[in-house]
Every structure is written in C-alpha cells, then in structure tokens.
Design a protein around this ligand. Structure first.
Ligand SMILES: [Zn+2]
Length: 425
C-alpha cells in the first residue's frame, strides 16, 4: 500500500525551524532583488524611481518601499517593450519556451532545472514515483500543461499529456492505461468520472484513480467529498499563475495551501500597498528569485488571506487559507481568465451589437457562461447572429457561451461586463 499521506519533496527545507526559515528568506530576498536590479531593466527603473537601492533591501519589511507591478498592466508594459516588458533577465533566445496567454501576454520559461517549481505540490498532494498521471491542462500556448508535466516527470511519475476536452477518450485512457493520478480542473475531473460511470468504469471496475491535484478553479468542499466518498480519490488543490508558477499547495491535512519555501509572498492591501497581517484579506504579491524571470513585487490580482498556525504535517511555511476573488472584474471561468476588455473586443467584432454582458453561473459542478446581448436599434435578433456572437466569443475567450438577446432595461448592472453569480459551498 502506497503512503499517500506523509511525504516531502525536500523535507529539510519544507520543515525548517522558524529562525532558519527567516534567515533563508532574507538570503533569497537579497539575491532576488539584486539579480533583478542588475539584469531586468524594468525592475531597475522601478526601484530607481522609488529611490531604493538593492543594498537597502535586507528584510521582508523593506520590500514595501518598492511599488507593486500589476498583472493587469502586463499587457501594456509588454507592448511598450516586447516581448517581456523589461521584466526578464535574459533575451528571448535564452528561454526554454515562451508561452502566450490571452491578451496576449508573453510568459518566459527559463532553462533552470525547475522553472515553475510544482514538485513539492505533487508530493504534498500524495503523488508518488510510479504514478501514471493524466494531465488534462492545456498544452498549447498556455504554460499550464507543460509546467505540471515537467514536475511530474521530475518526481518519477509517468505522464499522459491528455490536454483539454475529449471526455470519452479521457475516460477510456484512464481505464486502459491504469491511471492513478489526475491533474486538471476539479470540474473536468467530475465530467470525466461521470462519463466513465456511463461507460461502466467505476472504482473496482477499471477506475484506479487515487490522487488528484486540481487548480485554476475553486474546489467546493462538497465536490471534494464526492471525489473521496464516491470515487475514493484524494483531491488536493494548488494555486499558481502563468507568470510565477507554484504559489501554494495543500498537504494531506488540506487546511490551507502552503506557500512554497523558495519564493517570497506578501498579502498587500490593494488600496495602500501595505502588507496585511494573518487573517486579513490582501492581494497576492510575489517576489520570485528566478534566474531568467526575477519578479520583484508582482501583484497577481488574486485576493487571499494567510495563517501562520502550525500545520500538523510538519511543514513550517505559512499557508494561504483560500483564494477569495480578484481585485478587478477579471474572473476565471472553467479555469480560463476572462477580462472585461475581452468582452469589449467581442463587441467590436459584431457590428450589430450595442453591448454585451457575460453572466457566469454554476450548473451542477460546472461553470456556465451566458452572453447577454443588447442590439443596436437597426439590428434584429436571429439565430445566425446568435451563432456569430458565440463564435467570436469563443475565438476571443476560448470559452463556449450561450447567447441570449435582452433589452437594455433588463441588465442587472449595465456598467459591468462580467457578472459572477457562482456560489462556493
Ligand atoms: Zn501542512
């Protein structure tokens, strides 16, 4: 029987006593800031403008003197200085891969041994050498697929690069290849399991799945329980971004997501830029000691809160209690970011449209996107127009949505381009 409870990727580092951890953090802080200042022109400019020299940054508290660079501004920062906006410490040809996120924004992957650092997350979630893992994250343009893929290989797992969609084939592969691990969104896991059930694939009858690492979506506790009780799958969640890789992961205790030891993560009041204490909601701001992409105070736009309470697993890092939302109207639907600006892009491409509003709901365990369209007085409703709007929306957001035509007066809050009606129990 494999022990999927206790396990570390780097036990000495993960369980460092507090004083040792503080010293370790000061070292990575000093190195990260110095390296970024010397090699990433945009960080150097930002620090010069704030009047902060690398030699003056000696403790985490000193970071607050450096302004936050916001993810929401990345598109314009990059546009002014393609492709990485002066934030990378190496030219494009030095990168291992370059990814494209909707926007577009460009994410570099350096040639260091583990650029995204997901190994600890997998081991903490119960993945072990010898697991056969179906990776259902997207493998093209987005870094999601490959960043998990590489970490799994490094910890000794076998990966099936399944990507998104093809539910029936996913279920068949899960049975035929004796898959024991899953990576992807929680909703897609449930979709595949339900399809499998229809095909007669159940625990004890072709379904051997034991562990799952889910990300990019909320994991309601009710859904986690269903995975455990009905399918016997231990599901743990992780949090990360395309720019910064792993930013948090649950251990077996599942009481919040451990912040990776090798990065510096602050929670910052979005209004004042000041760090907040345990239990207070703030924006996740990351300082990343990465050789090729050394971010200094990068604001992800995600809101969270942290705790320093000791975790019974023995890891001594702080934990993000949960992700509570976004600081802007940006939202995640089926694991993909959707920006108000994308809604405007759709509007521009369909001349008959006066305005659009996306309404996000949850049906069963899945996100659903409805596109509410109001038309110009010269245009009229038709199936053809509905199909065209939905196709343009799919091109721009990579998501399917149902179009409904509405009168302006029926819109809930006209100014908002995205309305999120999901509840997470
Ligand atoms: Zn723990």
């Amino acid at each position: 029987m494999i022990d999927r409870k206790r396990g570390f990727y780097d036990e000495a580092q993960e369980t460092m006593p507090p004083e040792e951890r503080e010293a370790f953090r000061r070292t990575i802080l000093r190195n990260a800031v110095k390296h970024a200042y010397e090699n990433a022109p945009a960080t150097r400019r930002k620090m010069d403008e704030a009047g902060v020299k690398p030699s003056e940054v000696n403790g985490i508290a000193d970071l607050a003197r450096i302004p936050v660079t916001r993810k929401a501004d990345l598109k314009s920062i990059q546009k002014a200085e393609l492709p990485f906006g002066g934030l990378a410490a190496a030219p494009p040809r030095a990168m291992r891969r370059i990814y494209v996120s909707p926007g577009p924004t460009y994410d570099p992957e350096g040639r260091e041994e583990s650029h995204w650092r997901w190994e600890k997350a997998f081991v903490a979630a119960g993945f072990r050498p010898g697991d056969i893992v179906q990776n259902t994250f997207m493998y093209h343009f987005s870094p999601a697929g490959l960043m998990f893929d590489e970490a799994l290989i490094r910890i000794g797992c076998t990966v099936i690069p399944a990507g998104v969609g093809n539910t029936e084939m996913q279920a068949q592969v899960m049975r035929d290849l004796c898959v024991t691990g899953y990576v992807g969104t929680p909703s897609f896991l449930m979709t595949v399991l339900e399809k499998g059930k229809e095909m007669g694939i159940t625990p004890g009858n072709g379904l051997r799945l034991q562990v799952a690492l889910v990300a990019a979506e909320m994991l309601p506790e009710t859904l986690r329980r269903t995975f455990q009780e009905e399918f016997g799958i231990q599901v743990r969640q992780a949090y990360g971004t395309a720019d910064a890789g792993s930013l948090g992961y649950e251990c077996h205790e599942a009481k919040g997501m451990h912040i990776p030891d090798e990065i510096l993560l602050e929670l910052v009041d979005p209004a004042t830029g000041e760090p907040v204490g345990p239990g207070k909601i703030g924006e996740v701001v990351v300082t990343l000691p990465n050789a090729t992409y050394p971010l200094v105070r990068f604001g992800t736009g995600d809101l969270s809160l942290f705790t320093n309470e000791p975790c019974p697993c023995g890891r001594s890092s702080s934990r993000l209690v949960r992700i509570v939302g976004r600081i802007d109207q940006v939202t995640k639907v089926k694991g993909m970011f959707v920006h108000p600006e994308q809604v405007q892009q759709i509007e521009k491409k369909v001349p008959e449209v006066e305005s659009l509003q996306l309404v996000i709901t949850r049906v069963g365990h899945e996100d659903q996107m409805t596109i509410q369209a109001t038309l110009k007085s010269t245009a009229s409703h038709s199936d053809e127009l509905g199909t065209r709007i939905s196709e343009v929306a799919r091109e721009i957001t990579r998501l399917r949505g149902e179009v409904v035509f509405v009168d302006r007066a029926d819109l809930e809050d006209e100014k908002r381009k995205i309305i999120d009606k999901r509840k997470w129990e």
